[in-house]
Design a protein around this ligand. Sequence first.
Ligand code: HEM
Length: 392
Amino acid sequence: MTNQQPTYSPFDPEVIADPYPVYRDLRHNAPVYWSPDANSWVLSRYEDVSAALADPATYSSASGIFPTPPGVDMTELFLPMLIMTDPPRHTQLRHLVSKAFTPRRIVGLEPQIQTLVDDLLDQALNADTWDFVSGFAGPLPAIVIADMLGVPREDRDRFRTWSTTLIQSNPTRGEFGAGLDAAAALYDYFKTFLEERRAHPQDDLMTALVHAEVDGQHLSEDELLGFCLLLLVAGHETTTNLLSNSAVVLAQHPESRRQLADNPELIPAAVEELLRYDSPVQGLARTLTRQADLHEQRMNAGDTVLLLFGSANRDDRAFPDPDYFNIHRAPERQVAFGRGIHFCLGAALARLEARIALEALLARRRDWDVDHDSAVRLRSGPIRGYASLLVQ
Ligand code: HEM
């Protein structure tokens, strides 16, 4: 380890290919690092990331959660979203949406998810080579959210095209491209839908959201639309990436894969280790509401701070031998779903999807190879995963 100042940019192709060496360097040599490319301070140690997440009064989400280039304000581009609010508004909104997005509703999805996983694998495994992303990891969470909201089957393809276009835009570079058009199309679609659900309630999440009430308060129309869009953005690509990263990590660790195929009851703990070892959301940003001094570095009010969950999860102060993938580790403190007031609302759903997907995959295919030469990485900085991943 050198004592030189590290160089880190979340957009550097080498970092995108493997961020873990530079994270180690940041944690050791520059725990509060200014990244000109990200226009942000960068916190990389477990303790610092956790402390920032626990202090929303200082580390605010209200100006957006991606480091964006100067002059780009994500909060002006989209309707208000839970994930980009601070207390007290966040507390009220979270309370309201939690009335509809309940653990019971999620547990009830298990049979549907199982059928969907089996159908997708039936199609995919008939071919010699399959693209794990477009043939499995991509459609699974998109269809689950669409079904959960109550999107009719005949609209599924349209809905998936919009949602894929939206999540493939690149906010960290200020490149929204067709993403904004897709968001507008989704808002229009949801608007019609919400009207319909208001008039004709169904047993779906959309209806539950329309009727969610706390102390006589309901979600406004903009809040409903914003939340539906957030579910897509927050719940689609993240789960896709967890599954794709898992396919790669398990192919790189055949002994662990064999143990999981022989002992499927180990899969839930392995999912936690997969989340820790190669986190789908490597980092999200906050904006300082006041000056903060950390490790003898002054950060000013208004500065953006990128919190590197992916680095915190590899910090040896929190996880012994952190670069060792160990399915028996049970890393309860991992922060792949964040922590504190914004802790992932869909964590239970993501865990359920990942467990069912890995159980079914390992039951049918005990081994697979990944074609690393043709694999295409996502290039959206703090989001870690693949756009394409051929598996045979
Ligand atoms: C492996 C999959 C997933 C990962 C790694 C993940 C990660 C995260 C993280 C790190 C946060 C915290 C954001 C912050 O602190 O600013 C978050 C929040 C959130 N997630 Fe997830 N997520 C996943 C799946 C899902 C799913 C499936 C859904 C819903 C369908 C979902 C819905 C949300 C929502 C609504 C929030 C905002 C909560 C709030 O602001 O109070 N996520 N997620």
